[in-house]
Design a protein around this ligand. Structure first.
Ligand code: PHE
Length: 455
């Protein structure tokens, strides 16, 4: 076994509310307001949501409980966790290593989109991107993403911003920030949702969101839905292992995971309610994909009374959501470097941020200087997104389930989830064991093989 450095007083979340705020802050992100509405719009509305929900219940949530449990037991980063819990076979730590790699790849494109969102707060406030003509809003967006200097600038700004919060620590940085931001996020979302529901096209928008069109659901769409389920709950790449290691011992993990999942789903649905009625009212198409956020939203919102205020609010909402998520992804490599090599938090954050600025710029430049550079027919930006959501996270989740269900074993799971017999949650643990041993691994494997057209 490798020498494992265990720091003496480990920083952790201090209150139950702090745990929920940080974990929910990780789950809620651009996934809710950028990916969820776009993918729902492209893939058959409610039919997509149903498949997404099933994947969440049968796989995403199961992996979430598994990860939080492992992290809390080992009190270690994503990679060291496996070495601590299963010292006999070092190869399980590869799950953690893949997680650290995924964290870099996700942040490479995530900080880019977050950069656009931050930029749009200022552009919307100055009126620069507001127009009822989608041609104008589209030209505004093109101008931003095809400008190499602006793209890289906003991405680096975002990296430094989240890096500064991470340096402040787990309780004083992550917990404090998310505790303050989460309520604001809900407030803005309810305001925009309420505004949207009073528009004349509200019924059409809601019908689109809630009436299923199953004809669009192919194997590829199911894989996308499962990828979204993993991405949304931040599972399959070690984020929840890392956060679990900051949980208090008396925290009820299955209940926490369930609450976070439900609150996250509420945010996604509210985002849909904020967006689609407005889209239908002003005669736009729901299938606009990722551009929905930056092209359709400004065009749609600028047509309603006080629209300019709501557009700014919308991007503030996006920035808040993205921040909580980015903190949790960045924490994965930072915690690893800190624990494994005994680096200070400042050093490990600085190193990660610098590396990310380099890798991230390949995503930032994928609409300008690197537009013609493609891997498997995808730009670097799309490649990082596809590779992580549709491949690395589900595969990571699969191996985490196999480890927990078949290697670590039932007895240890029962002890860990009941806090050594102090919590009376035996029935829930039995359900979890069944899901983690059979249902989740099978679901993930079948969807992966079908989605990648292997079977
Ligand atoms: N859950 C976040 C979102 O929806 C993204 C994320 C992925 C966060 C992986 C952490 C880890 O935006």
């Amino acid at each position: 076994m490798q020498n494992v450095t265990v720091t003496k007083a480990r920083d952790s979340f201090t209150t139950g509310l702090g745990v929920i705020a940080a974990t929910l802050g990780s789950a809620v992100g651009l996934g809710n307001i950028w990916k969820f509405p776009a993918l729902t719009g492209l893939n058959g509305g409610a039919a997509f949501i149903i498949v997404y929900l099933l994947s969440t219940l049968m796989a995403g949530l199961v992996v979430m409980v598994a990860e939080l449990m492992l992290g809390r037991r080992s009190k270690s980063d994503a990679l060291t966790t496996f070495k601590v819990l299963h010292p006999k076979n070092a190869s399980w730590a590869l799950i953690g290593a893949a997680g650290v790699l995924s964290a870099f790849l996700i942040l490479a494109f995530y900080t880019e989109v977050a950069g656009w969102v931050f930029a749009y707060i200022f552009k919307a406030a100055s009126g620069a991107v507001l127009s009822s003509d989608p041609k104008v809003t589209s030209a505004g967006f093109e101008k931003l993403i095809t400008d190499p200097v602006q793209s890289v600038f906003w991405q680096c700004l975002v990296l430094v911003f989240v890096g500064a919060i991470i340096v402040a620590g787990v309780s004083k940085g992550i917990e404090k920030t998310t505790k303050r931001l989460m309520p604001v996020l809900f407030l803005i979302l309810v305001m925009i949702g309420g505004r949207s529901l009073t528009l004349p096209g509200a019924a059409a928008g809601l019908e689109f969101l809630f009436r299923p069109d199953f004809s669009k659901v192919t194997g590829g769409v199911v894989l996308t839905a499962m990828g979204l389920a993993f991405f949304k709950l931040s599972v399959g790449m070690g984020t929840m292992i890392t956060y679990g290691s900051y949980f208090r011992d008396d925290q009820n993990i299955p209940m926490t995971a369930l609450r976070v999942m439900l609150a996250d789903l509420t945010v996604s649905i509210l985002a849909g309610i904020a967006i689609f009625p407005a889209v239908f009212t002003y005669g736009f198409k729901p299938e606009a994909g990722p551009s929905l956020l930056f092209i359709t939203i400004p065009a749609v919102f600028s047509q309603m009374p006080f629209g300019n205020v709501f557009v700014v609010l919308f991007f503030v909402l996006g920035a808040i959501a993205a921040t909580g998520a980015m903190l949790s992804i960045l924490e994965v490599p930072v915690a690893y470097l800190h624990q494994r090599f005994g680096m200070s938090r400042f050093k490990s954050t600085a190193l990660t941020v610098i590396l990310l600025a380099l890798i991230g710029s390949t995503a930032a430049l994928s609409n300008s200087l690197l537009a013609n550079f493609k891997l498997f027919g995808m730009t670097m930006f799309d490649f990082y997104d596809f590779l992580t959501s549709n491949l690395l996270m589900p595969v990571g989740g699969l191996f985490i389930c196999l480890f927990v269900g078949w290697v670590w074993g039932e007895e240890k799971v029962r002890a860990a989830l009941s806090n050594d017999g102090q919590l009376k949650n035996g029935a829930i643990i039995s359900i979890f064991l069944f899901l983690v041993k059979y249902v989740a691994p099978l679901t993930i494997t079948v969807i992966l093989l079908r989605g990648l057209k292997i079977i």
